[in-house]
Design a binder for this molecule. Structure first.
Ligand code: ZN
Length: 221
């Protein structure tokens, strides 16, 4: 595929967005990483994201989006709420769902990108492996893409390279991109704020570990 010009990656320093950052570096001539501070409990997330971008030679932009954490209650920003490790009876999602997060992130990303003359946005959302969060689904992203184009009279393209991948396939992609060890050791996906292999028991660690085990089993066949 011929490299396109520039892309902006919505970047958190986790497994998925880090894989997307290197996917973008392969497919675009210039890449910018945009990170949001949204009141997440673990400030380390932002520091890790900044360091990974720096090591990758990618300009890093940090924007305050802390309003998101104050609009609805969720256990990623509210320290008084005990984090659900599974979906509670009678609910559709665990309380780690931050309502509107990707709607706000991608909308803000489009405005920042437009200022930079960038119309290709990259996000690591996946419909396959995300506790059913509605703002990680393909239909939502496509719909928002149309809305952003109408809102700013531009031709944005939102790229979602991980949309149909499960976690083991995301590990395989990082391996293909030559950054498996970097993703394994440096990224922070854990809801308890522990980098690399994480706490081991939060839902995010479980998903990550199961995917890793599946990938390693297949690679070593
Ligand atoms: Zn964890």
């Amino acid at each position: 595929m011929k490299k396109r010009n520039k892309a902006l990656v919505v970047f958190s320093g986790g497994q998925d967005s880090t894989t997307c950052l290197f996917w973008a570096k392969k497919n675009f001539e210039e890449v910018v990483a945009l990170c949001f501070e949204y009141g997440q409990k673990h400030h380390k997330e932002v520091e890790i994201a900044c360091q990974i971008a720096k090591d990758a030679g990618v300009p890093f932009i940090l924007k305050d989006a802390s309003i998101i954490g104050t609009l609805g209650r969720n256990s990623l920003t509210d320290t008084s709420l005990k984090m659900d490790e599974t979906i509670p009876d009678g609910s559709e999602f665990p309380n780690t769902f931050v309502p509107g997060r990707n709607l706000f992130f991608l909308s803000m990303a489009a405005v920042v990108a437009r200022e930079l003359g960038i119309f290709d946005l990259v996000t690591g959302v996946s419909q396959t492996d995300f506790s059913g969060y509605p703002d990680c689904r393909d239909s939502f992203v496509r719909s928002l893409n149309v809305t952003l184009n109408l809102a700013m009279d531009e031709q944005f393209v939102i790229h979602t390279p991980l949309m149909w991948m499960d976690k083991s396939e995301v590990w395989a992609l990082s391996d293909e991109l030559g950054v498996f060890d970097l993703v394994r050791n440096q990224t922070l996906t854990c809801y308890n704020g522990i980098p690399g292999d994480g706490c081991g028991h939060c839902p995010s660690c479980k998903l990550r570990r199961e995917g890793l085990e599946k990938f390693l089993a297949e690679r070593n066949k």
